[in-house]
Design a protein around this ligand. Structure first.
Ligand code: MG
Length: 265
């Protein structure tokens, strides 16, 4: 884009890297981006991966990323599910929560020290929070249990509000679709949305790196680059995922648009 300097990954202490559309697209790995990230890591740049996908655990992603040759520990991955569970655990440690979501969200809630209750318990007892993420096995019973819990005063926490998930052959409903169904029934908006673009997920990712110069790397303006803007960080848009053309109006914190991350090495 005119007037935009050429950004370099190596100018930063840490990269906050999106997964879907940056590291992989569906089931195919984006090898140019992985190669660039590997080189940045070899030069001493720290990598932290941020994903709005709450269906898998941080451990799951760290193992996949390691198999791609990237130096990644479980603690270098922050999912919206982990962020949602941490947010609840910070406010109400050890509390009872009901999860509308998949394994990744339930396990992260458990690992955050929360007590994950089943839908019969949630339908009949006062619990502290309902945590909602993408649930491809969502049922009427689950929504009913969540609604009853909200009516009894539970906090309403969303992993993210992504309405759709882009696929190779079209769009699938995202976590935001389930959050909206519950929101409509309960007549209230979530008390907190943990995933991108909420700056909370960036704060979690950078918690032991105060003062580090960080760059958010992602394929979406509305989640990745908006997160960067809200968190006061630089953003780099890579055209390997949802966004295929440089934006007409770039937000001021967008430091570059690249075809692949090799263009930023
Ligand atoms: Mg993405």
């Amino acid at each position: 884009m005119p007037g935009m300097r050429r950004p370099r990954l190596l100018d930063y202490d840490v990269l906050l890297v999106d997964l879907d559309g940056v590291v992989w697209l569906g089931s195919s790995v984006i090898s140019e981006n992985v190669e660039a990230l590997r080189r940045a890591a070899e030069s001493g740049v720290r990598l932290v991966f941020l994903s709005n996908n709450s269906t898998r655990t941080r451990r799951h992603y760290s193992l996949i990323l390691r198999s791609l040759g990237l130096p990644v520990e479980e603690s270098d991955v922050v999912t919206s599910g982990y962020a949602a569970a941490r947010w609840v655990a910070l406010r109400r440690p050890g509390s009872n929560v009901y999860v509308v979501g998949e394994e990744g969200l339930s396990i992260e809630s458990y690992l955050a020290g929360l007590n994950v209750v089943d839908f019969e318990y949630a339908s009949t007892h006062r619990i502290d929070a309902v945590i909602v993420g993408l649930d491809r096995l969502v049922t009427y019973d689950k929504l009913r249990a969540a609604l009853r819990a909200l009516h009894r005063g539970a906090l309403f926490v969303a992993a993210n509000e992504d309405h759709v998930l882009p696929r190779e052959d079209g769009f699938d409903p995202g976590a935001g679709s389930i959050v909206s169904a519950l929101s409509r029934a309960a007549g209230r908006e979530p008390d907190f949305v943990a995933g991108k673009p909420s700056p909370f997920i960036a704060e979690l990712a950078l918690k032991d790196m105060r003062g580090a110069k960080a760059l958010v790397v992602g394929d979406r303006l509305d989640t990745d680059i908006e997160l960067a803007r809200r968190a006061g960080l630089d953003g780099l848009l890579v055209l390997t995922g949802v966004t295929r053309e440089p934006p007409e109006r770039a937000p001021p914190n967008l430091v570059g648009v690249v075809k692949t991350l090799l263009d930023a090495i």
